[in-house]
Structure formats: structure tokens, C-alpha cells
Design a protein around this ligand. Structure first.
Ligand code: NAD
Length: 247
């Protein structure tokens, strides 16, 4: 079995340091560089794959550097806009052998929750999403909740379902939550929580709740390691871990 040489960018951070531990614990990987803010990326310690968990303003530059050096990249940093992804695609034209995986959520259960919600969507007239996170989170709703809403909306449209029934006429304080492509999405911020999401489906006389809970950031590591193993043989840009899971 070939060992994959891995560099971690954002290595001093909460996610980055957990990734360093996971890479060091994997039999088929070698951690060759721990890089953080202010360090020179250089040749990334001779890495084949770089893992980026930094900040939205730094990540695109790091990815561009890796691509220019022919290093595959697994990106967990959030905040990737369509424009930024398009820039990655353009950079990859010059280096078509390089693989880049951008995954907004590396928790396998979260990816499965989204897939199961997409499957269930066409069978239920009503659906709402509740995402629950720690109070330090600065954006709402979570990217995962917004993605789930878009996937459900697309599945409903394909099935010819109309709007979710809702007689609300008066909601001055926004009690009914945000609407993302017609799907009501609610954000809870609470001390003690990590990252959680429920998708509630309803039909006459029944309901189905699909719930995922991340209790610890180690929950992201199997997905990150799957990304590292997969990215070396998947050239081009892939968005979403689900594309590596053969679902
Ligand atoms: P953090 O603040 O603990 O860590 C970020 C690290 O990046 C810090 O050590 C910081 O010094 C470093 N950094 C900043 N700029 C840098 C640069 N230019 N070059 C190198 N290093 C730089 O944050 P965190 O909780 O570890 O989260 C990191 C990112 O991962 C966030 O965007 C977060 O939303 C995201 N995240 C994604 C997932 C997922 O499953 N995809 C899961 C959790 C967190």
C-alpha cells in the first residue's frame, strides 16, 4: 500500500489540529507539513495532498498555490462562493491532473441525512428544517441547512409538488423562520450544542424526522480521510463529499 504524503494548512486550528492527529493515526498516510498563518506554503513539504481548514479569505489563495504546485487539495473551509469555485476550475485548466475536493460538510452522517431527506422529499406535502449549533457560530442558517433546503426544493419540483401548505398571514417577528427556495429553515443557537440538524416531514396522519448530531469534531475525520484517499485519483473540481461515497 502506497503511503499518501499529506500537508495540513490551518494546522494550529481546531479542525486542522484534529486532522493532523487523524492523518498521523492513519496507516496509509504520512503527515509531512503542519502549516498555519504566516508560514510559507512553499512546496508543502513535498506533500501529494494538502488539507485546508483555514478561513474563507485565505482558503482560495491556498488552493490556487497547491494547484500551481501540482498538489491535490481537500478543502473543508466554508464560505466558497460560485465565483471562487469558478476560479478554481480556471486554475485547473492549466493543471488538469490535479484533484480538488471542496466539501462543506465532512460528517458522513450529515451527508447521508441530506441524501435521505432528498429521497423522502417527494413523498411528503410538508417539510421544515431545524439546524442547531453552538452559539459561537456567526452565520445562519448553516451551509448544510441551506444545501438541504435546495436539495429538497429540487426534489419537490421534480415530483411536481406545489408549495408547502402554510396559512400564516401575520408573522411580524419572523417566527416562521427563513425561506430557502420555499423551504422553511430555522436556526437554534445554544450553549452545549455542537452541530445538529433535523429535517421534519409531514403528511396526513404521519411524520418522519431525520436527525443528525455531530458531538465532536472527530466526527468529520472519516470523511476527511476518505477525501484524502479519493482526491489523488479524481482530477478536476468536485464539490461535496457525497460524490466520493458511491451512494
Ligand atoms: P480555527 O479558527 O480554529 O482554525 C483556523 C486556522 O487557520 C487557525 O489556526 C488560523 O491561524 C489558520 N489560518 C488562518 N489564515 C491562514 C492562512 N492564510 N494560512 C494558513 N493558516 C491560516 O477554525 P476551525 O474551527 O478549525 O474551522 C476552520 C474552517 O473549517 C472554518 O471555515 C469552518 O467553518 C470550517 N469547518 C468545516 C467543516 C466541514 O465539515 N467542512 C467542519 C468544521 C469546520
Amino acid at each position: 500500500m502506497d503511503t499518501i504524503r499529506v500537508a495540513v494548512i490551518g494546522a494550529a486550528g481546531r479542525m486542522g489540529s484534529t486532522v493532523c492527529d487523524a492523518v498521523e493515526g492513519a496507516d496509509d498516510m504520512e503527515l509531512v507539513a503542519r502549516i498555519d498563518d504566516g508560514d510559507d506554503l512553499g512546496d508543502l513539504g513535498g506533500a501529494q495532498v494538502a488539507v485546508d481548514f483555514t478561513v474563507p479569505d485565505a482558503s482560495p489563495g491556498n488552493v490556487a498555490h497547491c494547484i500551481s504546485r501540482g498538489v491535490h487539495v481537500v478543502v473543508g473551509t466554508t464560505g466558497w462562493t460560485q465565483e471562487r469555485l469558478d476560479a478554481v476550475r480556471r486554475d485547473l485548466l492549466e493543471h488538469p491532473e490535479v484533484g480538488v475536493l471542496v466539501a462543506p460538510n465532512f460528517a458522513l452522517g450529515a451527508v447521508l441525512m441530506m441524501r435521505f431527506a432528498q429521497e423522502a422529499a417527494r413523498f411528503y406535502e410538508s417539510v421544515e428544517i431545524v439546524e442547531l449549533h453552538h452559539p459561537r457560530k456567526v452565520d445562519a442558517p448553516s451551509g448544510t441547512a441551506a444545501n438541504t433546503a435546495r436539495m429538497i426544493a429540487a426534489a419537490r419540483a421534480d415530483a411536481g409538488l406545489g408549495p408547502v401548505p402554510d396559512a400564516t398571514e401575520h408573522d411580524p417577528d419572523g417566527a416562521r423562520g427563513a425561506q430557502i427556495e420555499g423551504i422553511r429553515t430555522h436556526a437554534v443557537r445554544m450553549r452545549g450544542l455542537v452541530a445538529h440538524q433535523e429535517v421534519l416531514f409531514g403528511a396526513e396522519g404521519e411524520s418522519l424526522t431525520i436527525r443528525h448530531d455531530s458531538y465532536d469534531r472527530v466526527s468529520f475525520m472519516p470523511g476527511v480521510l476518505t477525501g484524502v484517499r479519493g482526491v489523488v485519483s479524481r482530477p478536476g473540481l468536485t464539490v461535496g463529499l457525497e460524490n466520493y461515497l458511491d451512494l
